[in-house]
Design a protein around this ligand. Structure first.
Ligand code: FES
Ligand SMILES: [Fe+2]
Length: 409
């Protein structure tokens, strides 16, 4: 249970909010590289409540500016993507991808343009991901995550927009236990089904079996480490402030690994990322990542082809499939990752604005309780003027692990 005040602190992300201040201390993944094509129309998007415009110049460089032109606020999404930079069509101000104001026809020719604001934000592009700096001043160097040094063919990232506050998807990850109920059939029938459940667990009166876990959660310098232990497996997870979560996909030293990220679009919407990578070799067609994305037409909305999700259409739930016993959750049988995300999105979006003053928190929620606490502590640290936790740390060694227990092997 969380007080209404602390729950609100964990929700509001706009400029000047305490949580917004914390998040603006870190580089933020905002777009897939493939969403920006050289010389094409600018791409409007929103992150942390700020309306922004991204483009790839004809020379191939990515630029991000405030949507409102710094001169008099016309939308830069209307701008001309010209050689050298993006030009506002109203009075012709032009800014280069690296933030130089190149022309401002409203000023005399001899005017020093460096005195003017350009509305630019620093970007960093690597491994198919565009990262954005929304904080004040010079950005710190990009901190290293587990996949940061891998070649492009060993990393794949996908995104989906969710109609929920950014914290809800993370709470769903921290609540590892739900994967045995909500995703019971999905996991059981999947490539990891054989190691996900033991034969020694409990059974609900509808015949669905699960293993009751022990949950462990401990604070770390970068956020939190947490572990689910049950009769079948020991799965280790890592939460990295402010919104990264390393997820245990499947066992094996050579298996693909996954990082989920939940970036606030605004207070009520979030951009969910799944970054999958392999330390040892290019991603293989029969590995977790590529197999999970088989038949996905759009990596920037990787569950979009399954149709709209609204309260009115019951988030796409198919009751016939449930009645026929074909699907526990009502999500159709599709690739593992898509089905899991659809199941998660269904329950998360159905929460609306969860009232955390009225929860019934139990022992399977240990990581959820600590995860929230770690975010609140980080917010308070930044408000006191302290540096944001692990802002520039090398986190390349921080990742998840899936251990099969001998009883299940
Ligand atoms: S509003 Fe953009 S140049 Fe005037
Ligand atoms: Fe889930």
């Amino acid at each position: 249970m969380l007080s209404a005040e602390r729950s609100r602190l964990l929700k509001e992300v706009g400029p000047g909010t305490p949580l917004g201040d914390l998040m603006r201390c870190y580089w933020i993944p905002v777009l897939l590289s493939e969403q920006l094509q050289a010389g094409e129309a600018p791409h409007a998007f929103k992150i942390l409540g700020e309306q922004l415009v991204a483009y790839r110049s004809p020379e191939g460089l990515v630029g991000v500016v405030d949507d409102g032109c710094p001169h008099r606020g016309a939308s830069m999404a209307l701008g001309r993507n010209e050689p050298g930079g993006l030009r506002c069509i109203y009075h012709g101000w032009k800014c280069s991808p690296d933030g130089q104001l190149l022309e401002a026809p409203t000023h005399p020719a001899e005017f020093d343009l460096s005195q003017l604001r350009s509305g630019y934000h620093p970007v960093h592009e690597a491994q198919g991901i565009v990262w954005l700096w929304l904080g004040e001043g010079e950005p710190p160097p990009m901190r290293k995550l587990a996949f940061s040094d891998l070649p492009d063919d060993q990393v794949i990232a996908v995104t989906v927009k969710a109609n929920c506050s950014w914290l809800q998807p993370l709470e769903t990850l921290w609540d590892v236990f739900h994967a045995q109920i909500l995703h019971n059939q999905t996991n059981r029938g999947s490539r990891r089904g054989g190691v996900y459940f033991s034969e020694t667990g409990r059974t609900m009166d509808n015949g669905v079996a699960y293993d009751f876990p022990e949950m462990h959660a401990d604070p770390t310098s970068y956020g939190m480490k947490y572990m689910n232990v049950d009769a079948a497996k020991r799965t280790h997870f890592r939460f990295i402030l402010p919104f990264f979560d390393h997820h245990a996909l499947e066992p094996g030293d050579f298996a693909d690994k996954g990082l989920q990220i939940s970036v606030p679009i605004d207070d009520d919407h979030s951009l969910l990322w799944m970054v999958m990578y392999n330390h040892h070799a290019p991603l293989k067609a029969d590995g977790f990542a590529l197999q999970s994305l088989e038949g996905v037409p759009d990596l920037s909305d990787f569950v979009g082809h399954l149709g709209p999700r609204t309260r009115e259409n019951r988030w796409g739930q198919d009751r016939d499939l449930m009645e026929q016993g074909e699907s526990w959750s009502g999500v159709p049988d599709t690739s593992l990752l898509v089905r899991i995300f659809l199941e998660d999105l269904m329950v998360i979006e159905s929460q609306g604005h969860p009232d955390r003053t009225k929860e019934d928190i139990g022992i399977t929620d240990r990581a959820l309780v600590l995860g929230r606490k770690r975010v609140l502590e980080a917010i308070e640290a930044v408000q006191r003027g302290e540096p944001a936790p692990a802002q520039t740390d090398d986190l390349s060694g921080v990742e998840a692990l899936f251990e099969v227990r001998p009883t299940a092997a």
